[in-house]
Design a protein around this ligand. Structure first.
Ligand code: MRU
Length: 317
């Protein structure tokens, strides 16, 4: 099946509201770049490649409405700070004349689906048996197929026996709500566990590899991804399990020499003080809620791109 979360009608942008999943499949129609920027900030759409595609369509709406293009681009750029794909898309469109922006956004969307297929096929041979993953890196997080979950899809399509262990991904629950949703929808064998269970699962020997996505990879290979990825990488190293990063080359930021330069988004306290809509902690307790962490390059077994394996300091493209 081809799960999708982004549709362009030529005059408006339709987004599957990922905040509502899996309880409801509700589509929103957006007609202005300001609404698109707000949808990215509010997590209607999330996942680095999906954010980039959405921002590209947002700029197309701005041009069609005769808005100040630079102001619209700046607003879209500020919508979420960590995923460098957003900047990549806005910079790619900067060179495109007004009357071709919408077509270029459609092309970015089409290319992303193609990139994910190639990336998935490039990594498929790395997976067999139990595969641990975090967050959602599937069709919902991209133009289709997915990156880390795309490798799983490609491995299964190639006849490999893979069983996904999906971490729930506290606090926003992208693993529980979205990866579990995709696995159930597509018949991918999968088991859901809470983040704190990862070490115990690894100790059973049931996991042969971990595969994760990324929001920004620095030139030295340090990798920003969903909060909890660093802990997972440390646990994997302890248990001798390789952790691979699925990295479309639009997520590589050679302007960041190391992970220390990657901006990390801080999210609202309510996500930590509660769980879904219920409050689980006192409203006055201080919180710390980074949306992403940085995994040092030496904990990563390999970066899979649409061009094959990447090595830090090598040029890509
Ligand atoms: O906060 P999110 O849901 O946008 O975080 C998403 C991730 O961390 C993904 O792993 C990353 O964007 C890659 S998605 C193919």
């Amino acid at each position: 099946m081809s799960l999708e979360s982004i549709r362009w009608t030529g005059e408006s942008l339709q987004l599957l509201d990922q905040r509502m999943l899996p309880a409801a499949e509700r589509w929103l129609t957006l007609r202005s770049s300001a609404a698109v920027a707000a949808a990215i900030t509010d997590m209607v759409v999330r996942g680095a490649p999906a954010i980039a595609i959405t921002a590209a369509y947002g700029l197309a709406l701005a041009v069609a409405a005769g808005e100040d293009r630079a102001a619209a681009a700046a607003r879209l750029l500020a919508a979420r700070p960590t995923a460098v794909n957003l900047r990549w898309a806005i910079e790619r469109l900067a060179a495109i004349p007004d009357d071709a922006v919408a077509a270029e956004a459609v092309e970015i969307h089409r290319e992303d689906r193609d990139i994910n297929r190639r990336l998935g096929d490039a990594g498929a041979g790395l997976l067999s048996g139990g595969v641990l993953t975090i967050c959602n890196t599937g069709a919902l997080a991209t133009g289709g197929w997915g990156t880390a979950l795309g490798i799983v899809r490609s491995a299964i399509a190639a006849g490999r026996r893979v069983h996904v262990y999906a971490l729930e991904t506290r606090p926003y629950l992208q693993g529980a709500r979205l990866t579990a949703y995709e696995c159930v929808a597509d018949g991918i064998p999968a088991t859901l566990l809470t983040d704190s269970m990862a070490g115990a699962l690894l100790a059973t020997g049931r996991v042969s590899a971990a595969v994760v996505g990324c929001d920004r990879v620095a030139a030295n290979g340090d990798t920003a991804n969903k909060i909890g990825t660093y802990s997972l990488a440390v646990l994997c190293r302890h248990h001798g399990v390789p952790l691979y990063v699925a990295m479309p080359t639009s997520t590589l930021d050679l302007r960041c020499p190391t992970g220390a330069e990657i901006p990390i988004e801080q999210r609202p306290a309510e996500e930590v003080r509660g769980f879904g809509s219920s409050q689980t902690a006192p409203s006055l307790i201080d919180t710390w809620n980074p949306a992403f962490d940085v995994t040092p390059a030496d904990l990563i077994a390999g970066w899979v791109t649409e061009h094959g394996m990447w090595q830090p300091s090598a040029s890509v493209g």
